[in-house]
Design a protein around this ligand. Structure first.
Ligand SMILES: Cc1cc2nc3c(=O)[nH]c(=O)nc-3n(C[C@H](O)[C@H](O)[C@H](O)COP(=O)(O)OP(=O)(O)OC[C@H]3O[C@@H](n4cnc5c(N)ncnc54)[C@H](O)[C@@H]3O)c2cc1C
Ligand SMILES: NC(=O)c1ccc[n+]([C@@H]2O[C@H](COP(=O)([O-])OP(=O)(O)OC[C@H]3O[C@@H](n4cnc5c(N)ncnc54)[C@H](O)[C@@H]3O)[C@@H](O)[C@H]2O)c1
Length: 474
């Protein structure tokens, strides 16, 4: 709520999941807040990323599970129209009134329009009618503008109007022939989702030699095997060198560096994202308008005199994940309120320690890929005395009961000096809910000798913990 003349204690630019939560925590701490949003309150996550992608993937995952249990049968292909209709419901048919009400109930003031810094503690909002509404912050401005998809400079690619996550998650007509560029989370999830919904000829071009290159190598290998088994054509160490789409809306022709030429109905790029910092007025306060906004562990932008600017979520580049952005938002809102009221601002809960340790992440493919903490390679590079053990999840009774021919693998990376976990990876069907146990163990620095007494229930997949510890030598 404003306290006159559009002056607020805190102004948040960007009402994605992260900006909304920064405002909520600041208000909970006793401050007034305004939240500025130029498109849809709820952000990329709610309408074009996490939510619709998972709605599109869920039937594929369920169908795969059914196919692995004798006695159950799924007749015919997945009904794409029904899946797309449910996807539309999950994104509230792109109506953000529920999210706007959520913000107003915080209570915070929602301001529709494009926000731009106009000097220290000053924000100008260009409203939908073209007017400019000046806002002033008494204590802090929080940048939570997220990120935008990045499209490589490949000749002809931009002119061919490729799909990004936005078009892929809001698909109305599933293309029969699809080319995907990239081997990260977006490419993997959307290839599998669209293939399951009718993209019969799906070809994925991966620049490197594996999928999900930042994870343990077996994760990408198991996923690539699953792609190939289901008929997705994955081509490694291949780059797309030229793209042509002579007629708008017509077929697209993709040329690759091995001389192949593929014709498709659509091309989807999943080649990473860039912090959304263009034209948000960083120049007015002497910051470069390129790259993520660098912040300290309290989310305060470094290099800004008087420390009134904060940046949370994708725009600070720490970990491009909703849950990590919301974690940063809680820290940020609490810190701003504490500093504004002269309370201690250095409590343990007010510093980001989780981002650097390796964020938990689930790639919702079949198999699911769940990671937290450091990979073995990263732990070694960071100088830890490392020992890693792996185990076949399919050999666990709970997994064997879940599915015939269960294929999955787990790995834990141990800091030998302290006998605590540095990282854990689970790959397999139905492993998603194991991840939080690993997150608690890694972030809580639970010793292996203590973890030994956390007895997993029989017959659940969680007995993988027991097998990993025994493999280690306990
Ligand atoms: C296909 C896909 C699937 C994903 N799946 C997952 C997942 O399953 N789990 C997960 O944790 N993460 C997932 N992510 C990542 C997740 O979407 C992001 O990490 C998350 O959206 C970041 O939240 P944010 O609030 O920082 O930014 P955003 O959600 O991008 O929100 C930023 C908001 O700021 C607004 N904005 C920008 N500039 C201005 C301005 N100048 N003035 C006013 N408003 C402005 C934008 O309109 C937007 O609403 C996925 C990403 C993609 C692309
Ligand atoms: N389930 C989830 O948690 C989830 C799902 C989707 C996206 N996300 C997040 O969104 C972010 C963006 O995802 P993303 O998949 O776009 O990015 P990414 O960084 O995960 O993967 C980018 C991929 O594109 C490739 N690439 C980069 N430049 C290229 C080029 N010029 N030509 C060919 N290939 C190129 C990279 O080698 C890599 O395989 C990620 O940080 C991810 O964490 C999360």
């Amino acid at each position: 709520m404003a306290d006159g003349n559009d002056v607020f204690d805190v102004i948040v630019i960007g009402a994605g999941p992260v900006g909304e939560n920064a405002a909520k925590r600041a208000v909970r701490g006793g401050l007034t807040a305004a939240v500025v949003e130029e498109r849809l309150a709820g952000g990329e996550c709610a309408y074009y990323a996490c939510i619709p992608s998972k709605a599109l993937l869920r039937p594929m995952g369920l169908a795969a599970e059914v196919s692995r249990v004798p006695g159950l049968e799924l007749r015919g292909p997945i009904d794409a129209a029904a899946v797309l209709a449910r996807r539309d419901e999950t994104v509230s048919n792109l109506d953000d009134s529920g999210q706007v009400s959520w913000i107003e109930n915080v209570p915070a003031t929602f301001v529709r329009g494009r926000g731009r810094l106009a000097g220290p503690l000053q924000v100008e909002v260009t409203t939908p009618d073209g007017g400019v509404r000046p806002l002033r912050a008494r204590h802090a401005v929080v940048i939570a503008t997220g990120s935008d998809p990045w499209i490589p400079d490949t000749p002809g690619l931009r002119e061919a109007r490729p799909w990004t996550n936005r078009e892929a998650t809001s698909v109305q007509q599933v293309p029969k022939r699809l080319v995907v560029i990239g081997g990260g989370a977006v490419a993997c999830e959307m290839s599998q989702a669209l293939h399951s919904l009718g993209a019969q000829e799906t070809t994925v071009f991966v620049r490197g030699d594996r999928l999900l290159a930042r994870t343990e190598s077996f994760a990408g290998e198991l996923l690539a095997k699953s792609f190939q088994d289901s008929g997705i054509d994955v081509r490694f160490s291949r780059s797309c060198i030229r793209v042509e789409r002579p007629a708008p809306g017509g077929p697209v022709t993709v040329h690759t560096d091995d001389g192949s030429v593929i014709e498709a109905d659509e091309i989807l790029v999943g080649t990473g994202r860039r912090a959304a910092v263009g034209d948000i007025g960083l120049d007015t306060i002497g910051l470069p308008a390129v790259g993520p906004i660098e912040v300290d562990a309290s989310m305060r932008a470094t290099g800004v005199p008087d420390g009134w600017l904060y940046a949370v979520g994708d725009v600070n580049g720490r970990n491009l994940l909703t849950h990590m952005g919301k974690y940063q938002a809680r820290i940020c809102g609490d810190v701003i309120a504490a500093r504004a009221q002269g309370r201690p601002d250095n409590l343990r809960a007010m510093r980001d320690i989780a981002d650097d340790q390796g964020a938990p992440q689930v790639i919702f493919t079949d198999p699911q890929v769940c990671v937290v903490g450091r990979t073995e390679a990263r732990a070694r590079a960071d100088g830890f005395a490392v020992r890693a053990v792996e185990y076949d999840i399919g050999a666990v009774s709970g997994a064997y009961l879940q599915a015939d021919g269960y294929t999955g693998r787990a790995k834990m990376v141990v800091d030998e000096d302290r006998r605590v976990l540095l990282g854990v990876t689970f790959v397999g069907p139905a492993v998603v809910d194991l991840l939080h146990s690993a997150t608690v163990a890694v972030i809580g620095e639970v010793t292996l000798d203590r973890l030994w007494h956390a007895v997993p229930s029989f017959p659940t997949v969680s007995e993988i913990w027991l097998h990993l510890l025994e493999e280690y030598g306990l």
